[in-house]
Write a protein that binds this ligand. Structure first.
Ligand SMILES: Cc1ncc(COP(=O)(O)O)c(C=O)c1O
Length: 431
């Protein structure tokens, strides 16, 4: 069946004969210039990481045929590559067997996990921490599953006493543990969650859309290492290759430990599934059409950067951890800033020093704007007052949140730039 890719284009085809309008492309080029410099280390704001060249090139090559990984009818090799790439992710998290596939992103992947959870424990509640991604409560609304939030401690981690209070009621079917919260990269205490899940017979779903790859990092704190060492005990895990995995949007991944959950997806498609008796990915996915190019790009990236501890990819994650730790230490040592807690992953939160929550919030917003003017791009976050750690209790709580600065140091190059980023902020606060 192997063919020269050029042969696929020998047939007359409108698309090949047509020329793209250069003026339209020029406008696209110009409009794309109206963006923040996401690829540059001075972009240190939101969770945005440039796709690696191997991912971009593999994606573009695959786009020449534009396979659809719904069925083998739509993408023979890209479907095989998806299964191989997903198996490598499953191996990374320590699943001995698995069922999984790529999705449009973390939200879709979590939706599948919670949908399966609701099939396994029909009518039962799903709980996640107050710092779980906002889409969990929305997904459960769509799926019509009851959902409750569990309190967090001052490190942004799920509070075990509050979790147990919910579990005692006996109506919880699934606990969502976040390994790498969106706001601060906090890591829920998976060890304790697994223990309580066993006691109260609930499922555990790990949302590590952001933090999943850190399982293979070397510079984790002992606490983080311990939690990451247990992820294979969960029932399902979400990891987003389009966050830390150097992939273009949209590329999420859902992994189930028990392949038997495939039975919940059972459906027939009167239009597809004819060309092969082998498993079509659409048979184990809620989405129908999905980009084969995303699978090809991920496959190629993982060939160049195997998902192994001490490998080049793991080293890049360590570089991000180093960047975050160095920025945190500079902020902590300075008398101009407050810090909240030491980062577990590569997200740092801080704010200019102040006496009232409202004044600190205003100063954060001003510093954010001033940094943007200097081409240093950060993010802002509404830090809940209830999460303020002990050492910041003297701050006057005149509002229920405090706007702080937030930086996702996802690019390994950030480790060479954090000193500069800090010095810009430090100088700006002279005035
Ligand atoms: C922990 C976590 N879960 C889920 C999501 C949602 O992922 P996506 O934006 O790919 O849908 C995010 C996004 O930031 C996230 O950080």
């Amino acid at each position: 069946m192997e063919k020269d890719i050029r042969k696929l284009f020998d047939l007359p085809n409108y698309v090949d004969r047509d020329k793209a309008d250069a003026n339209i492309l020029k406008e696209v080029y110009n409009r794309m210039g109206n963006n923040y410099p996401y690829h540059h280390p001075l972009y240190a704001g939101q969770m945005i990481k440039p796709p690696h060249p191997v991912a971009r090139k593999a994606y573009e090559l695959a786009l020449q045929v534009n396979p659809n990984n719904h069925a083998l009818d739509g993408g023979i090799e890209s479907s095989a590559m998806e299964k191989e790439a997903v198996a490598e992710l499953a191996e990374m998290v320590g699943f001995k067997q698995h069922l999984g596939h790529l999705t449009g992103g973390g939200t879709m992947a979590n939706l599948e996990a919670l949908w399966v959870a609701s099939k396994v424990h029909p009518g039962k509640k799903i709980v996640g921490s107050e710092q779980a991604h906002y889409t969990h409560s929305r997904i459960t609304e769509v799926l019509k599953i009851p959902y409750s939030s569990i309190e967090v401690d001052s490190l942004g981690r799920m509070n075990m006493e509050n979790l147990e209070m919910h579990l005692i009621a006996g109506d919880v079917g699934t606990i969502v543990a976040t390994l790498g919260t969106t706001s601060a990269g906090a890591i829920d205490p998976l060890e304790d969650i697994l223990r309580l899940a066993k006691k109260y017979n609930t499922r555990v779903h790990i949302d590590s859309a952001y933090g999943g790859y850190y399982r293979i990092a070397g510079r984790l704190t002992p606490y983080a290492k311990k939690q990451y060492g247990l992820v294979q005990e969960a029932d399902s895990i979400v990891i987003d290759p389009h966050k830390h995995g150097m992939q273009p949007y949209g590329c999420g991944c859902i992994l189930f430990k028990n392949p038997e959950v495939g039975k919940y997806y059972s459906h027939d498609s009167p239009y597809t599934y004819f060309t092969s008796g082998d498993l079509h990915l659409g048979e184990i996915s809620l989405e129908c059409s999905r980009p084969g190019a995303a699978a090809v790009a991920l496959w190629a990236t993982q060939k160049q950067f195997p998902l192994i501890a001490k490998g080049e990819f793991a080293q890049r994650l360590d570089d991000s951890l180093q960047a975050a730790n160095e920025l945190y230490m500079m902020l902590k040592m300075s008398d101009k800033f407050i810090t909240f807690f030491q980062p577990e992953l590569d997200i740092v939160l801080w704010a200019p020093r102040g006496e009232r929550a409202s004044a600190i919030s205003d100063a954060s917003a001003m510093l954010f704007d001033a940094c943007t003017d200097q081409d240093v791009h950060l993010a802002l976050y509404k830090y809940p007052i209830s999460m303020l750690p002990e050492h910041l209790q003297s701050i006057e709580k005149d509002q229920d949140y405090l706007v702080c600065l937030r930086s996702c140091l996802m690019k390994p190059e950030h480790k060479y730039w954090v000193k500069f980023i800090f010095s810009v902020m430090d100088e700006l606060l002279e005035f």
